[in-house]
Ligand binder design. Sequence first.
Ligand code: NAP
Length: 262
Amino acid sequence: MDLGLNGRWALVCAASKGLGRGCAEALVREGANVVITARGADELQRTAEALRALNPAAEVRAVAGDIATPEGRAAALAACPQVDILVNNAGGPPPGDFRDWGREQWIAALDANMLAPIELIKATVDDMAARDFGRVVNITSGAVKAPIDVLGLSNGARSGLTGFVAGVARQPRLAGRNVTINNLLPGAFDTERLRKGWAAGAARTGQTVDEIMDKRRATIPAQRFGTAEEFGQICAMLCSAQAGYLTGQNILLDGGAYAGTF
Ligand code: NAP
């Protein structure tokens, strides 16, 4: 199926690695032009080269910067001639005990995982509506549906974004003009972020990384970790021309790990 993305412009935040990169790859394969961001310029440039090789017809621009800051967002927006597709993403907050977190830690989590996406939505959706096409995909977390104790900063910040999106996605001036806003909730995906967590767990417990991975894998009905590639493909489907009636949803991609009916 042609997803109707050829020639569209996408801003994909936090995309030099992992899930963001998976989204950028899928969009480029579908013919979209992309602006990708990350803080580390070298890795970002390498990823931009790899994306260009995937589809030489697509234009790929790389903007180094911190998407959690106003300057980082302004640079990313300035590089994108028009934002037809916005994929909101940033690194997740660190794990810990809420007793150790003060205002500084909370503000950092809110800046990256709640306020940055809200600011970018604010900067783009009305122009999308004026053009009668827009797709916003926020990468959040399965922890929004099934909170993880030690990820309290993430649970809190992402739940705030989720509540905001539930309201704004249903504004007739957006939904009625073919602008959709949805959240993609990853379960366990084999990315650098998870690998670092497994390595830290191995150092803490004396188990090997393989043992830790095997135990975690066994808890997932699909019996495997997700890949950034398949995550990106679902993102591209949400961004497709065909997905205009799908908005305000929280879509869990977790191989069946969440055991609830709804
Ligand atoms: P990852 O492999 O560590 O990749 C993170 C990417 O984001 C890198 O390109 C990183 O590059 C960039 N980045 C991080 N902070 C940024 C910032 N402030 N501004 C711009 N770019 C930034 O992580 P991932 O596994 O893909 O995770 C992506 C998001 O999904 C995270 O919020 C994570 O918490 C969430 N999540 C992931 C999983 C999973 O299984 N992987 C599960 C649930 C939720 P630089 O470091 O160079 O900036």
